[in-house]
Design a protein around this ligand. Structure first.
Ligand SMILES: *Cc1c(COP(=O)(O)O)cnc(C)c1O
Length: 436
């Protein structure tokens, strides 16, 4: 049998860190990364034949669970007609239509291949449409790895403890102003000083790449209001939350209720149903600044790829109200059990939760976690032992305390039961953990 260890050693010789995306290397939790070879429903199977209840869900796309029959069938059908033609294809408008039915503010859509490409293009579009150059982002919000968005970027950057990234020039970074999340006065001050030059404020719909950090009441509406007042655009990054928090993303739980829309949405993860598709979308007069109708260039060999469109269409068509209700209910059960197990083991923590997305922050009950500074100040050393205890008991968690836990429609009572059974021992391991 090939072991995870063998595979890791081979991979480390061929690829930096043995991985193609840093968090997979288990850097912050230690140990040998697990190589998965199959997934079905709520479960993953590794190269050694071990089965795990999966709480990563491919980092979000697996909303319906792995290998959902309707998605697999749609992909098979698409594959049988050819893998892609580099031309227009009927499935592109079909997916765009499904998105707009859920999110009416997504009047026009451009399909891209990754969330990174979606936000990068959204920034270029905002600059092109406004003729301004500064972008404001929040510390700890992750918007993919394009140069200007890597300042204080949360996610893998936070996991590795890096301030940003080497290879990003001061000139690129200088056009991004970073302020703390949930800080209205910082936002007011930035607009007071630079208002004329600000092209856009980009925000995660609800941050979930520094652990989950809920927006304070009215914070997104405040971003909407201040950007409108200064002629800047609001870019609402729903790459993680889109079609996951509600059928209309986090906007469905906030903007729709409060009566506002961002100028540009970005989507990824669920929209591709597990294949590489993402999108930017927004008001017609803004989106028409994109080539070929406008002067802001964007193109993609694989944009709107028919096989990826098929996976996205089948996923959205099957993500009905029952799916969201199920995920909401089950995530509440797991989050409550997680918090209870930690409390029983005497581990100080806050349970951070927005809709069905949640994470835990250790040693933060005094302050709570409202921003990146508070997220980083937590006792993150407790997560490695917690993670490995869960792993040994057959539960695959995100290998970083700064990532959200993802449930799916396939997490039935049996899968949830296995998670609940594993929590007390893991909480005990977290209680015993010592700082490095
Ligand atoms: C995952 C993520 C991205 C980047 O998407 P990729 O497909 O990994 O490039 C951007 N924004 C948010 C909020 C994300 O969670």
């Amino acid at each position: 049998m090939t072991t995870n260890q063998d595979l890791y050693e081979t991979a480390r010789d061929l690829m930096p860190g043995g991985v193609n995306s840093p968090v997979r290397a288990f850097g912050s939790v230690g140990g040998v990364p697990v190589s998965m070879v199959g997934g079905e429903g709520a479960y993953l199977t590794d190269a050694e034949g071990q089965q795990y209840v999966d709480l990563v869900g491919s980092w979000g796309p697996a909303l319906l669970g792995h290998k959902h029959p309707a998605v697999i069938e749609a992909v098979h059908r698409a594959v049988d007609t050819g893998l892609g033609f580099g031309t227009s294809h009927p499935a592109e408008a079909k997916l765009a239509q499904l998105v707009r039915q859920r999110v009416p503010g997504a009047q026009m859509i451009r399909m891209v291949s990754t969330g990174t490409e979606a936000t990068m293009t959204a920034i270029r579009l905002a600059r092109g449409a406004t003729g301004k150059n500064i972008v404001v982002k929040f510390a700890g919000c992750y918007h993919g790895h394009s140069d200007g968005l890597l300042a204080a970027a949360g996610s893998g950057v936070a996991t590795l403890g890096l301030p940003g990234s080497a290879g990003v020039t001061a000139a690129q970074a200088s056009e991004t102003i970073v302020i703390e999340y949930n800080d209205r006065s910082a936002l007011e001050q930035v607009f007071a000083e630079h208002g004329e030059n600000i092209a856009a404020v980009i925000t995660e719909a609800t941050p979930a790449n520094m652990g989950v950090v809920p927006p304070q009441e009215g914070f997104n509406a405040f971003i909407r209001e201040i950007t409108t007042r200064h002629g800047a655009l609001m870019i609402f990054d729903e790459v993680m939350t889109g079609f996951r928090i509600t059928e209309a993303g986090y906007w469905g739980a906030s903007g729709r209720v409060e009566g506002w829309e961002p100028d540009i949405f970005t989507f990824g993860k669920v929209i591709g149903g597990g294949l590489p598709t993402a999108a930017l979308a927004g008001r017609r007069e803004i989106m028409e600044h994109l080539a070929p109708t406008g002067p802001v260039y964007h193109a993609g060999t694989l944009s709107g790829n028919p096989v990826a469109m098929a996976a996205g269409i089948a996923t959205l068509e099957n993500a009905d109200a029952a799916v969201y209700q199920h995920i909401d209910e089950k995530s509440q059960v797991v989050a409550d059990a997680l918090s209870a197990a930690l409390t029983d083991a005497g581990v100080d923590h806050t349970l951070q939760k927005v809709g069905s997305l949640f994470s835990v922050a250790f040693g933060t009950s005094q302050t709570g976690v409202h921003n990146y500074a508070e997220a980083q100040a937590q006792e993150s050393f407790r997560y490695g032992p917690f993670f490995h205890s869960m792993l040994e008991q057959g539960v695959y968690l995100p290998p970083s305390v700064f990532e959200a836990w993802f449930l799916s429609a396939a997490h039935d009572d049996a899968a949830i039961g296995r998670i609940l059974e594993a929590l007390p021992a893991a909480a005990h391991a977290a209680a015993q953990a010592q700082p490095a």
